[in-house]
Every structure is written in C-alpha cells, then in structure tokens.
Design a protein around this ligand. Structure first.
Ligand SMILES: [Mn+2]
Length: 240
C-alpha cells in the first residue's frame, strides 16, 4: 500500500471568484508532485485545524513545508527587525505536529522553515537574520535563482544524509534565517562552506530529517529528489 504523507499548508489571503479576499490554506503543487513522484500519497494538513497529537499516528509521514519566520517568542528571544511573516497559529500547529511526529517516530521531512520549526519544537533556537548576525556568511537569500543550485552543502560522513545524497551536492538558497542552538536529539549533518547548518537528522529514528534548501523547486532531476524517495520508503515501512 502507498504511504500517506501529511503536507502542512501555507495560510494566505486569496481573492475568490466573487472578488472577496478571504483566508485560504494553500500549497504549492511542487511539494505534492515530489511526494507523488516518490510513490506516496500527499494529504494536505490545514494548519488552522485543532491539533490532536495521536492523530499523527494515522499518517505514515509528515512533510513540514517552507514559509515565513517562526515567532522568536517560541525560542525565548525578542523579535529582531528582520524577522518577517510570523503566523502564530501556523507556528502552534506545526510545532505541536513536529513534536508529536518526533516522539512517535513518524517519518518527517522538514524543508526550510520546516527545519527551523523542527529545531524550535525540540528546544533549539534560530539565527533571526544571517546577514545581521553572522559576519562573513555567504548570500543565502537568493530568490532570483529560486530553482537553481547556488551553493554547496557538504554532508557528515556516515550520516543518513550522506548515505542518500553522497559527500556533497549544490542547492538553492531561499532563507534569511538559520539554525542556532540545535534541538534535543538533532545532529547537524550538512553545512554550507560558511559553516551554517544546512541539514539535520535525528539518529535512531526511521527518518527524521531537516534541510534548509528547497528540493521541491529543483524537481525530480536534482540529487535531492533522492531524499523524497528515502522519505517515502521510510513512510512505506511505517505503513506496512
Ligand atoms: Mn543556504
């Protein structure tokens, strides 16, 4: 049987056919395509729904998607001027979801904001703005090259990420925040040349992986599609 993978939605204001602007739960089809191409069935998880931790066990995997910044209050920091796009309702849903999935060993793939949510959910912190807080860091907010590889990521030998992706790949970069202190149980598994953590995993879990880049923008031809395949394989094992 194919695995069911929950994909968290992105709340937005959308103009309807009758010209009213109303809140919608949206999801770029690219995420759904990669889940489907990897052999699993994506189901969209609306983030404004009431959350029940045990319901996570009815999913075989959880994909935490990209988006705006996590409220710094969630990691006990004052909000820096560059912190943008905070949605506390989405934060609450995804932080609860990440904790529930991690504690039950439901496979998780966490992308960009998703990795930051995962880290905060497990007690970690974030760098609120790379250019303000990390002198000498490379450009990591490169939206004009959203579907191109712009910097390398080197993986920790022996890590799950290295087993799936090899020693090094080049990735796109659409983030202005980064991981600070790592959350409980997370291990850094990939770095950009300037030393920022671009990938984490939790040893001892089926598949609990966070990555800072956006594989869904790079399509099935990019190396990181293999990560979706490993994720779907792990979810299928849970489903069986
Ligand atoms: Mn980057």
């Amino acid at each position: 049987m194919k695995a069911l993978i929950g994909v968290t939605s992105i709340p937005r204001q959308v103009r309807t056919g009758f010209e009213a602007v109303l809140p919608h739960e949206t999801i770029p089809e690219m995420y759904l395509d990669l889940v489907s191409w990897a052999g699993a069935i994506p189901v969209i998880l609306p983030v404004h729904a009431d959350f029940e931790p045990d319901a996570v066990e009815r999913l075989d995997g959880v994909l935490l998607t990209g988006g705006g910044d996590v409220d710094p209050a969630a990691y006990q920091q004052e909000r820096a001027p560059a912190t943008d796009g905070v949605d506390r309702r989405r934060d609450r849903f995804e932080l609860d979801l990440a904790r529930a999935a991690a504690s039950r060993d439901v496979p998780v793939l966490a992308i960009c904001r998703g990795m930051q949510v995962l880290n905060v959910a497990l007690g970690g912190t974030l760098v609120q703005d790379i250019s303000a807080e990390v002198p000498g860091a490379a450009a990591h907010w490169v939206p004009e090259r959203w579907n191109h590889a712009v910097h390398p990521v080197r993986f920790e030998p022996g890590s799950l990420l290295a087993r799936v992706l090899g020693e090094e790949i080049t990735v796109n970069s659409l983030h202005h925040q980064a991981l600070g202190q790592l959350g409980d149980g997370l291990a850094a598994a990939g770095w950009s040349p300037d030393g920022l953590v671009e990938a984490v995993e939790m040893p001892g879990r089926h598949f609990l992986v966070g990555i800072q880049w956006h594989p869904e923008c790079l399509g099935s031809g990019h190396a990181s599609f293999r990560l979706f395949q490993s994720f779907a394989d792990a979810a299928r094992e849970v489903a069986a």
